[in-house]
Design a protein around this ligand. Sequence first.
Ligand code: TLP
Length: 353
Amino acid sequence: MRDVIDLRSDTVTLPTEEMLEAIRHAKLGDDVYREDPTVNLLEEMAAEKMGKEAALLVTSGTQANLVSVMANTKRGDAVILEADSHIYWYEVGGISAIAGVFPITVKGHMGVMDPKDVEAAIRPKNIHFPETTLVCIENTHNRAGGTIVTPEQIKAISDVAKAYGLKVYMDGARIFNAAVALKRDVKDFTKHVDNLMFCLSKGLSCPIGSLVVGSEEFIEKARKIRKILGGGMRQAGIIAAPGIIALEKMIDRLEEDHRNARLLAEGLAKIEGIYVDLKRVQTNIVHFDVSGLGVTAEDFISRLKQRGVLALTRSKTMVRMVTHRGIEREHIERTLSIVEEIVREINKERKQK
Ligand code: TLP
């Protein structure tokens, strides 16, 4: 059987042999009692890497965002989010359903909010208004196509937030992709936010887990909230052990995913009928529009699937492909020739109509 080329997401990455070995040999304890040495070590490493006081291992990026929003706000507060952010689109509305906060969206440019728009979205103190207490930044920005919010842009947003006494939180699910792409220390991205999360289970190839990072006081609050959400884990060292390897060894290789994404995007851009906004291809996500071929993204991805390539739809006419460990240059070349074959097939069908 031909290998499937799975470009749906970097969440499909499997753990390395070394990670599986580390799981097998991890020193374990009950993490609710803070007695799991492997979890404690991972949390210390994450805090240190991000230049913050403390960290907390949680089960997923979605849980990390919910725990963090809850630890930064109280029920009834307003939270400013980029209009295409993951928290707003893909987290089942948890921040309203569970955290009880009111989302105010700001439309960004390639995922980056203009500080002036953030300022305009802050409701003044008034009996009629919810109190705005938090601004969330997403980095890299998923729906914008893996685009980067630079440290300077983060600072500018943060300056506005601080002037109004608001906290700044970063959904940094793929923050290491941003740091590697810009060749900057990850601390450049974290120093102007109060707290953040990042995922182990995406490009870093771990099977499970995300880390919430911030001040001691914030993490203590987050730990209690994780517990109320049922996220207090016991021998969680089996999750933390591969996380330690990810922080030590899996960050630099993200560069390879970016190179492959670029190769894919440039190849797609050359195909008649396909449109790629190359400015947006900054990390490991590629979005391309198939409306020029007169088909929907749904139709296009089912033709890809028949030929062993898996992708997701980003919108009615946009397809999303994500590179990750396990996708090599040859897979990109094969994908491009399959896309060319599909385009020929679609053109033939159109002529016959
Ligand atoms: N994103 C997933 C899916 O939800 C679409 C993906 O395949 O890209 N923040 C950002 C920016 C994310 O991209 C994701 C996952 C999350 C949070 C949530 O993480 P998980 O899936 O671990 O809950």
